[in-house]
Write a protein that binds this ligand. Structure first.
Ligand code: PAF
Length: 284
């Protein structure tokens, strides 16, 4: 695997692959890679011939009180994992390379509708930062296909809408969430949890599964169900940011008639913010 740090060198390497007739796959990341990221690369390899990954901790998508400074930067270990996974090219730019005019002067991409509510409500500007950097990365790499994790369900919806609205000729693939054996969704932020918190964190996915089962059995009193589940999480010492049930495709609030549903959850475990979600269909 080759690592490049500038847009110039990235473009040269991608152009060479294209001249050789290769289909370009892309996996954007913020580094500190785990098995979930490796699964993204595996999927990209199935759908392309030449996989490009990026590692960039994007300051534009972090709020002023968020974890930008302490976000783990583990380039050497990440390079090894990407290489072993069969990634051909890593783009690891500096902030100056990505935002040469400074962030305040950066043209922004704002995606209406799906960016609002959920994480968009508690992290103002977050999805604008994500859409802007992903759009820039797409223009730099010009991939045929890009793979994103379904763990960031709202982010995936934002990117799909941006790609549609801006007519970007890129196929977007959603990769199912990779979980630890105890059910916890893999995330770089799990590394912030202490032993006790890590031991209790699988309760999030268990709760989502129980809720989904209850709804599949025919319960439709969503406000009552969600309120009860939130109390349970709070009783377990968690601070609930949101727990909601939405329509899978639009992310609009689910009505009793909707059958393609997604439960979305964000909590604080101490100072660590964890998200998870569960999509399911309800026949009854
Ligand atoms: O999901 C992430 O890691 C980031 O939000 C992304 C898509 C790489 C943009 O910075």
């Amino acid at each position: 695997m080759i690592t490049v740090h500038t847009v110039h060198h990235l473009r040269l390497a991608v152009a060479q692959a294209r001249r050789a007739g290769q289909r370009i796959g892309f996996v954007p990341t913020m580094g500190n890679l785990h098995a979930g990221h490796v699964a993204l690369v595996d999927t990209a390899r199935i759908h392309s011939d030449f996989v490009v990954a990026s590692i960039f901790v994007n300051p534009l998508q972090f709020g002023p009180s968020e974890d930008l400074d302490k976000y783990p930067r583990t380039l050497a270990a990440d390079q090894e994992k990407l290489d072993a996974a069969g990634c051909a090219l890593l783009f690891a730019p500096t902030v100056e390379e990505m935002y040469p005019e400074g962030m305040a002067n950066q043209t922004r991409v704002s995606v209406p509708g799906v960016s609002e509510g959920l994480c968009g409500a508690s992290r103002p500007g977050h999805f604008e930062g994500v859409a802007t950097v992903v759009n820039k990365l797409f223009n730099m790499v010009q991939p045929d296909v890009a793979v994103f994790g379904q763990k960031d369900y709202q982010q995936l919806a934002v990117i799909r809408k941006m790609v549609g609205d801006l007519n970007l000729p890129i196929e977007i693939i959603g990769q199912p969430t990779v979980r630890a054996t105890d059910g916890l969704a893999l995330s770089s932020r799990n590394g912030y949890l202490n032993t006790e918190q890590r031991a209790s964190a699988p309760c999030l996915y268990s709760l989502l599964k129980r809720l989904a089962e209850t709804i599949q059995q025919g319960r439709r009193d969503y406000p009552v169900l969600l309120e009860k589940a939130k109390h349970q999480l709070e009783a377990d010492g968690l601070q609930v940011d949101y727990l909601e049930i939405r329509q899978q495709d639009t992310l609009l609030p689910a009505t009793e008639k909707d059958r393609k549903l997604v439960l979305l959850l964000a909590v604080f475990m101490g100072t660590t913010r964890l998200i998870d979600n569960l999509s399911f269909e309800s026949e009854t």
